[in-house]
Write a protein that binds this ligand. Structure first.
Ligand code: ARG
Length: 463
């Protein structure tokens, strides 16, 4: 039997493999709520414009509400022969209310319908992700405030560079996540235009009111060009780009958790809640959650790349290729949601080993810059000369196998006779971090101010 919705000129139904490759109901059933909301807005507009009678629209609306509750109660049978969510809903509507159902599709096409549904879906996703990322920022800022003065090694090239505080390190991620939220919001602002009424590609001859449907669905305005409305998926690409960048940020954090929990580093500990054991080595505690956060960035970026490649070179307007926009995006958005939740869980769970952190912070002559800065400030040396003198003092300490502060004043003076005992006032990791008071620096006072500023911003809004 040919398709009831579009089979007028067909004498037989599709081959089984045709049906299989063509159907999207297996995954686009996720769009049911958006699809029904879009249909209700469209139907109300058709009545208001006198295109369909108020009676018919009343029946259509009630039927759509019934379908929504059937789907939500798990009592709806999705049929593959009906291809997608749009035709499954419409067919069920016909079963429920009879021929009036056939009037719903007036002045509309599945092309503008699916573009509208997916924009609504992505908009909901952005809002949910925003709330989740804000919660992760909250977890980070709270931990940062508690550890604003906990000294740890700061790294460049993963080599001990200069002491920083653990709180400062965590706050770096709060900043990154703030920009991630900003990118998601930018995408949301641009996507919030309503394609409904673009119809198949050219617009419609019916006197529709696109402002009304846009408003009813919470869009800022209707899209301005009917061809563009049905043929672009840049709103998905933009959201996936923002999602990918966020996933990359979290993969870096996850990698640090992996490194820092490794016994060789031993800078932080995760509890049993966020580690797993080994089936052969009883002593092991593996940071699997962190590893999976690190790994899931791959599939999120994969979804972005996949859709970019699908869209590349597609002539306007709609082509069925675009049906491939959904699965990867659904997968990527749920992966990101899981990654953000797991990251927040790990942040709340993890505890630094303050003693080991402090000891590690002092290794590798990490306070050499403080010595050089003192030579500049205390003796008026040009920085380049101070750098050179410090290098010689470090070489001396290294040849004796002692840290800088364990050299005697005489030993220091053997390198440069102008050095005084005041130099010892800057030679400790705690003094080093306390001195980094420049705006954005790691001094505990600065870190506390940063954390408090964010905590105020992130505080749950009072109702
Ligand atoms: N399932 C389709 C999709 O996701 C809906 C649009 C179908 N349009 C069409 N002209 N066949 O893209």
């Amino acid at each position: 039997m040919s398709n009831k919705m579009w089979g007028g000129r067909f004498s037989t139904g599709p081959d089984a493999i045709m049906e299989e490759i063509n159907a999207s109901i297996g995954f686009d059933q996720r769009l049911y709520a958006q699809d029904i909301a879009g249909s209700k807005a469209h139907a109300a507009m058709l009545a208001a414009q006198g295109i369909v009678s108020a009676e018919d629209v009343e029946k259509i609306t009630q039927g759509l509400d019934t379908i929504l509750s059937e789907i939500e109660a798990g009592r709806f049978t999705f049929r593959r022969d009906l291809e997608d969510i749009h035709m499954n809903v419409e067919q069920r509507l016909a079963d429920l209310i009879g021929p009036s159902a056939g009037r719903l599709h007036t002045a509309r096409s599945r092309n503008d319908q699916v573009a509208t549904d997916f924009r609504l879906y992505v908009r909901d996703t952005v809002d949910a992700l925003d709330a989740q990322i804000a919660d992760l920022q909250l977890a980070l800022a709270e931990k940062a405030l508690a550890h604003a003065a906990t000294v740890m090694p700061g790294f460049t090239h993963l080599q001990t560079a200069q002491p920083v505080t653990f709180g400062h390190h965590l706050m770096a991620y709060v900043e990154m996540l703030g920009r991630d939220r900003g990118r998601l919001q930018d995408a949301r602002t641009r996507l919030n235009e309503c394609p409904l009424g673009a119809a198949a590609l050219a617009g419609t001859s019916f006197p529709i009111d696109r402002e009304a449907t846009a408003r009813a669905l919470g869009f800022d305005r209707p899209t301005a060009n009917s061809l563009d409305s049905v043929s672009d998926r840049d709103f998905v690409l933009e959201t996936l780009s923002a999602a990918s960048i966020c996933a990359v940020h979290l993969s870096r954090f996850a990698e640090e958790v992996v490194i820092w929990t490794s016994p060789s580093f031993g800078l932080i500990k995760l509890s049993d809640k966020f580690t797993t054991g080994s089936s052969i080595m009883p002593q092991k505690r593996n940071p699997d959650a962190a590893e999976l956060v690190r790994a899931k960035a791959g599939r999120i970026m994969g979804a972005l790349t996949g859709l970019l490649v699908v869209m590349k070179g597609l002539p306007l307007a709609y082509a069925k290729d675009m049906q491939e926009d959904k699965e990867g995006a659904f997968d990527a958005f749920s992966a990101l949601s899981l990654v953000v939740a797991a990251s927040a869980g790990m942040v709340r769970d993890l505890e630094p080993d303050a003693k080991r952190m402090k000891a590690a912070a002092g290794q590798g002559y990490s306070i050499a810059t403080d010595l050089a800065d003192w030579l500049v400030r205390g003796l008026g040396m040009p920085f380049r000369e101070a750098h050179h003198v410090t290098g010689r003092i470090v070489a001396l300490a290294s040849s004796r196998n002692v840290p800088l502060e364990r050299l005697s004043l005489e030993e220091m003076q053997s390198v440069d006779g102008r050095i005084t005992k005041d130099v010892f006032g800057v030679l400790s990791v705690s003094k080093s971090v306390a001195s980094r008071v420049s705006y954005g620096g790691t001094a505990p006072a600065r870190v506390r101010a940063q954390a408090r500023r964010w905590l105020k911003k992130l505080a749950p809004k009072e109702a």
